[in-house]
Design a protein around this ligand. Structure first.
Ligand code: PLP
Length: 386
């Protein structure tokens, strides 16, 4: 029997009908767009993420686009992004005619290498074609990026810092969420994410009052918000006073209702995920080239449990034969993808990204992974004669 890669039904059953009841309440309540559950979830999310403001939106890709719109990123701007990430991190940059500049990663954490970032900013300034505007760091596989180092660089060059925590939401560094360093954290509630809903969803978190207002406006077609009403009167729904170009990017009430229930157990689930990852590390270390290494002080949410193996394609076939699914995140780094290969890269190239993309392979990981199933995965890896 094939085991699930991520077992979301196990979580649903563990929650004992609470999610179904919450969905039913949202349906009966009838406020299906921007209903009270959205506001309630935003308050809960802000509290969890130690943020002044949390705003829901339609997905994690829009969550990245919203601050770029708020800051007016546009033609001639450079946005520094890792290449070892999901396409969404870079995709939103050309939406606004700006250019992503691809930066290499650290070999242990798979996250943006601060040294490479600084070299790329310097090279961009020297070339003079693009203006450095912001950095998007990714908490890949759930592990926080090196925010203290990235923030110091952003401060030195006057750049904004975005934490793309679509995978890593809930991760911490010395007990602090990425928002302690970043101007904004973005996340995704895609079902397979550690905090996922039952469809698409996303959110941004920020401590910046003005940015929160702008994003609240932009996510509803540029509607008027408090800062727009100073010295102005308008006796109608503010969404019919359009102050800026926006879009429609709202979190559905039903999804917010699901997320309210899931957030209640999310902290505990991160603890379980860490226990599962530690057990994997112990069992797998002798059999693979590398098990994940989270630096002291960092807590991952283990969105993925990713090992390295020099013969990963044959390992994947062997595991599949044993009923163990695997996935490769990411087989082709973004700077080598047809859609992105013409965009600039840091001056040192991306040797680490290219090497890692050839050897990484992710194993089943979720909060409900029991020890017997995990032992099956470990035994299957151990039995591979590479
Ligand atoms: C790093 C990263 N950023 C952004 C996104 C986009 O999120 P969504 O699928 O909700 O648009 C994802 C989704 O997988 C992601 O992994």
């Amino acid at each position: 029997m094939t085991i699930p890669f991520i077992d979301l039904q196990a979580q649903r059953l563990r929650l004992g009908g609470r999610i179904e009841a919450a969905v039913q309440d949202a349906v009966v309540g009838g406020a299906w767009v921007m209903g009270p559950q959205v506001r309630e979830f935003e308050a809960d999310l802000a509290a969890f993420g130690q943020a002044k403001h949390a705003l829901g939106c339609a997905n994690g890709t829009d969550a990245l686009a919203l601050p770029l719109m708020a800051w007016g990123v546009g033609r001639g701007d450079a946005v520094f992004v890792p290449s070892f990430t999901f396409a969404a991190t870079a995709e939103i940059v050309p939406w606004f005619d700006a250019e992503p500049v691809f930066i290499d990663i650290d070999a242990t954490t798979y996250n943006m290498d601060p040294g490479h970032l600084e070299a790329a900013i310097e090279a961009t300034l020297k070339e003079g074609r693009l203006t450095p505007r912001l950095v998007i760091a990714v908490d890949l596989f759930g592990q926080p990026a090196d925010y203290p180092a990235l923030k110091a660089i952003c401060d030195r060059y006057g750049l904004k810092l975005v934490a793309d925590s679509a995978q890593g939401f809930g991760c911490t560094l010395d007990g602090e969420h990425p928002l302690k360093w970043a101007d904004i954290t973005t996340t995704s509630f895609f079902p397979a994410k550690p905090l996922g809903c039952y469809g698409d969803g996303g959110a941004v978190l920020t401590n910046d009052d003005d940015l929160a207002q702008l994003i609240d406006s932009i996510r509803v077609h540029g509607k008027a918000v408090a800062r727009d009403m100073e010295g102005r009167s308008f006796d109608h729904d503010p969404k019919y006073l359009n102050m800026r170009i926006g879009l429609n990017s709202r979190l559905d009430t039903i999804q917010a209702a699901v997320l309210i229930e899931k957030l209640k157990v999310f902290g505990e689930e991160i603890t379980w995920r860490n226990r599962i990852a530690a057990r994997y590390n112990e069992g797998l270390r002798p059999h693979v080239a590398a098990v994940p290494d989270v630096p002291a002080g960092s807590v991952s949410n283990w969105a993925q449990y990713t090992i390295e193996h020099p013969d990963r394609e044959r390992l994947a076939v062997h595991l599949k034969d044993q009923g163990v699914p695997t996935a490769v995140y990411y087989p082709i780094p973004l700077h080598l993808q047809p859609a992105y290969q013409t965009y600039p890269r840091g001056p040192q190239g991306l040797p680490v990204t290219e090497a890692k993309s050839a050897v990484v392979i992710s194993l089943p990981m979720h909060a409900d992974l029991d020890e017997a199933t995990q032992d099956r995965v470990i035994a299957a890896v151990a039995s591979f004669k590479g």
